[in-house]
Design a protein around this ligand. Structure first.
Ligand code: ADP
Ligand code: MG
Ligand code: ZN
Length: 616
């Protein structure tokens, strides 16, 4: 558009120049007055005219006193008929020399041809440029359907290998097989083994799926084509499918190679799940992927790796044998893996000698690889901000909290009253967490506002756990409610500070009933179907598959679980009133309490039991 305006402007300027040139040309003769026809007739009748030269439509009249006048006549009318019309007596014309001049001079061409030709030429030029612009756009539109895959060559110097991926031992073992397929295909073909076509990497965000896919290519030393699911989908229907085709074509030309489709859930969702019929494009793209995967020969040595963190929404057709039939699940790293990941990422950072990555790993249960990388980066930034040369443990502790809850907001102005309420609230959480055997041990209590939280109590599980019992959930609910309950006990009323605590407690209680089958009254079943639907851009997650009556009972059960938690929490709060006051006093004085000091007040935790790291 800009270009068009620019072109137009240039034409305009050229046109003005030409017009100026043109007018200076035609006006280059001496100044001759142009007079009306009746004027000429009257001079004729007076007998003052000596000659008339007819030059096209112009009559060049020369008077007896040598003055010259121009007269324009109508086009096509001859001089004689003109004179006859005006009844000029023929005797008056006797001594007037009348001649017709030849019209082929410069003047003639300029005056007759240019006005017609110039606009045509200008329009022609204009059109030409416009067409050319269009053609460019066209060729851009043609390449629109091409894949925009980024490819990495195996000879790249900084190629990623399994060494860059810490932990994920099982996943790496599974993928090692893929590497073998790519490196020594013959070995497998000779035995009649079919090489798998598709591998699906499943795992929470940040667990290193993209990293692993890249490292497979690096290990196998084959080209690696990388495209994200969302890149297939454009505004226009059919583009996705044609991009898929071109991506697979590219892969076929470069076999053996790895074709990596990241975030495949963007195109690979269950078909027909969308309401409103706006998903043709996604479906076409998905169909094309399926067609292409069926299409290539098993001997072609192309392995398609796809990654997603939403395996539940994938279309079953994708998971069929012959497509993504290999599935590699990547879990959140456990303690040892976390330490290993930290070691990988700390390599280029100066770490103080007494820094202990093991303790950092211990405090970061539930962190993904990406979180850990982020943590070390934050720690480095903190160290740099304090003009330190090395990263010490404290920097990393601080970074953990920053990654988990958000940055400290010391500047937030809070009144003494608010500070006191926060202290009671957090002390309540900490106290209940401490005395409930199934809650995680308290690591730190703080009333410094951080992220959106007014204060926080940091609890860290003693070990990684993958299964949780009902009693743990009830205790967790009790801990979540504790802040709110203490506020009520001390002040007789509650503040808005507990909103997110209450929401989380309710969510846990709901899960107990609807997902985990932990309600004695409602039995061992789940309620509600987790179905992925997109309606008017909003995801509808749950579909009810139970009656109104059952819905009521679910609500009752949820309230029941909340009640259980509340009773437990209230009992502890009432029992430990002295400890509560002591903790509050220390908090108001120092703002934070670390585990050691906390345990000096309340004693060691009676019988610990773990849960993912959480802050309340
Ligand atoms: P995903 O694709 O699963 O969301 P990524 O592969 O993009 O996650 O990982 C993000 C970053 O996290 C990586 O670039 C890497 O720095 C770090 N990371 C994740 N997992 C690991 C791991 N196992 N070892 C080393 N770094 C990891
Ligand atoms: Mg990724
Ligand atoms: Zn709270």
């Amino acid at each position: 558009m800009k270009k068009l305006i620019k072109n137009f402007f240039i034409f305009f300027v050229v046109f003005l120049l030409l017009a100026a040139l043109f007018s200076s040309f035609s006006g280059s003769d001496e100044k001759i007055a142009t007079v009306g026809i009746e004027n000429m007739i009257s001079t004729l009748n007076d007998g003052q005219v000596s000659s008339i030269v007819v030059r096209g439509d112009t009559l060049e009249v020369t008077l007896k006193d040598d003055t010259r006048e121009n007269v324009r006549k109508e086009t096509g009318e001859s001089l004689s008929s003109l004179l006859a019309n005006f009844n000029v007596a023929s005797d008056k014309l006797a001594d007037v020399k009348i001649s017709v001049a030849d019209e082929s001079g410069w003047d003639y061409w300029l005056t007759t041809i240019v006005p017609f030709v110039l606009p045509v030429v200008l329009i022609g030029v204009f059109l030409f440029f416009m067409m050319r612009g269009l053609q460019n756009a066209n060729s851009r539109a043609m390449s629109f359907g091409q894949s925009t895959a980024k490819d990495f060559r195996p000879d790249a110097k900084n190629r990623t290998t399994f060494k860059d991926v810490a932990g994920s031992k099982e996943a790496k073992e599974e993928l090692q097989e893929i590497v073998e397929f790519l490196r020594f295909p013959k070995k497998f073909h000779e035995l009649g083994a079919k090489i798998p076509r598709g591998v699906l990497l499943l795992g929470a965000p940040g667990t290193g799926k993209t990293l692993l896919a890249r490292s497979v290519a690096g290990e196998a030393q084959v080209p690696f084509f990388h495209m994200s699911g969302s890149e297939f989908v454009e505004m226009f229907v059919g583009v996705g499918a044609s991009r898929v085709r071109s991506l697979f074509d590219k892969a076929k030309h470069n076999a053996p190679c790895i074709l990596f489709i990241d975030e495949i859930d963007a195109v690979g969702r269950k078909r027909g799940a969308g309401l409103g019929g706006s998903h043709d494009e996604r479906e076409q793209t998905l169909n094309q992927i399926l067609v292409e995967m069926d299409g290539f020969e098993p001997t072609q040595n192309i392995i398609v790796i796809a990654a997603t963190n939403r395996p539940d929404v994938l279309d079953p057709a994708l998971l069929r044998p012959g497509r993504f039939d290999r599935r590699v699940t990547i879990d959140l790293p456990d303690l040892n893996d976390r330490e290993a990941i930290l070691k990988v990422h700390v390599q280029k950072k100066p770490l103080a000698k007494d820094a202990n990555l093991r303790t950092i790993a211990e405090r970061t249960a539930g962190f993904s690889g990406a979180d850990l990388a982020n943590l070390l980066n934050e720690a480095a930034i903190l160290a740099a901000r304090n003009s330190k040369k090395e990263i010490v443990n404290e920097d990393m502790f601080e970074a953990i909290e920053k990654v988990m809850i958000g940055p400290e907001r010391r500047s937030r102005v809070i009144t003494d009253k608010e500070k006191q309420i926060t202290a009671y609230h957090e002390a309540g959480h900490a106290l209940v967490a401490h005395y409930l055997p199934n809650a995680d041990p308290v690591h730190k209590i703080s009333i410094i506002s951080r992220g959106s939280a007014g204060g926080y109590t940091l609890k860290v599980p003693a070990e990684d756990r993958h299964m949780h019992a009902k009693s743990e959930f009830i205790d967790e609910i009790a801990v979540l409610l504790a802040g709110h309950l203490v506020e009520r006990k001390i002040y007789g009323e509650v503040t808005t500070g507990a909103t997110s605590d209450l929401r989380r407690a309710t969510e846990i209680a709901r899960r107990l009933v609807t997902d985990y089958g932990m309600s004695d009254n409602l039995g061992s079943r789940t309620y509600g179907e987790k179905e992925e639907m997109i309606f008017l851009g909003r995801e509808i997650h749950e579909q009810r598959n139970y009656s109104e009556k059952v819905a009521e009972r679910i609500d009752e059960e949820i309230s029941g679980f909340i009640m259980q938690g509340e009773v437990k929490a209230v009992a502890i709060i009432n029992e430990q009133k002295n400890a509560l006051e002591k903790i509050v006093a220390v908090l108001l004085d120092k703002e934070t309490i670390e585990r050691e000091e906390f345990e000096k007040i309340v004693g060691a935790k009676p019988g610990a039991n773990p849960d993912p790291v959480s802050a309340v």
